[in-house]
Design a protein around this ligand. Structure first.
Ligand code: GLN
Length: 278
């Protein structure tokens, strides 16, 4: 029989090469044993962990050791304080994307608003906006059916009503026009640098959700030319961008007639969000 102490020690050693290995071992132990931190500390050396939980923990540590992100092992992810299911069909929501949500919420306090989240993935942005903005109509779209099933389940889990569209960008959005807001965190990594990403991202997260083609701007081009047809005059566009893309995306938006362009920084002080008005 092993105690939490034995198992944590075993996991910590197995994951020592990872940047956050010790913390990952602790989180996987909490998850596999279905306990919280106070329980772990209280029973640290006295616990007798069942064989079933030990196996669950060891399997999880072995997966983490291969570079699989923690969230794809536990299928738990947190975004803006909301709990979301994730697997390898969707991107793991990032803290930086919370900046996009906060900006939309800060600018748009009325409830009588319609908003579309293009490339919704896990549904994180749409769900956070529906939950905290209490907007009248929240829509999400994605090209991936597998992603939409996850987004739909996440919306239900968080008690919000969102209509999802299976659509390659604006192609299958039907009569979804006259919207107040479009938001998107589109794929924006340049194809050439894809190979340089961390294993966790490169080998496990869906490439379709990350790869922005040769110059990383493919989806911003599509959005800049298409969004205005789905927004009413005065409608707003909010986009997440790569830290080095602000000027290029600003230019694209200006060329397409968008006004009031504003760039917002993320928590690390890097350009992360660009907003504008039609
Ligand atoms: N909207 C999702 C997110 O922000 C997915 C984005 C994407 O697939 N590019 O995490």
């Amino acid at each position: 029989m092993s105690t939490y102490y034995d198992l944590f020690d075993e996991g910590r050693i197995a994951l020592f090469k990872l940047q956050e290995g010790e913390n990952d071992a602790r989180l996987l132990l909490l998850w596999a044993c279905d306990i919280d931190m106070p329980q772990l500390l209280t029973d640290y050396t006295t616990s007798q962990v069942s064989e079933e939980k030990i196996k669950k923990y060891r399997d999880a540590v072995a997966l983490r050791k291969t570079g699989m992100p923690l969230q794809y092992i536990t299928h738990e992810s947190n975004f803006c304080g909301l709990e979301l299911y994730v697997d390898e069909n969707v991107l793991i929501p990032r803290f930086d994307t919370e900046v996009l949500v906060e900006k939309v919420l800060a600018d748009n306090k009325e409830n009588d608003i319609t908003v579309l989240d293009l490339c919704t993935g896990s549904g994180c942005i749409a769900i956070a906006l529906a939950k905290f903005g209490r907007y009248r109509g929240v829509y999400g779209s994605d090209i991936s059916r597998a992603a939409l099933e996850i987004a739909d389940a996440n919306a239900e889990r968080n008690g919000v009503d969102i209509t999802f569209y299976e659509s390659d960008m604006f192609n299958e959005l039907g009569d979804l026009r006259n919207l107040d807001i479009i938001v998107s965190n589109p794929p924006y990594i340049r194809s050439a640098v894809f190979g340089e990403l961390m294993t966790e991202v490169r080998d496990h997260e869906p490439r379709i959700a990350l790869d922005g083609d040769e110059d990383g701007l493919k989806f911003y081009r599509i959005i800049a030319s298409g969004a205005r047809e789905h927004l009413h005059k005065g409608g707003k566009l909010y986009l997440e961008i790569g830290y080095d893309q602000a000027e290029e995306v600003r230019k694209l938006l200006e060329e397409n007639g968008y006004r009031n362009i504003e760039i917002i920084k993320d928590l690390s002080g890097l350009d992360r969000v660009i907003c504008s008005t039609v």
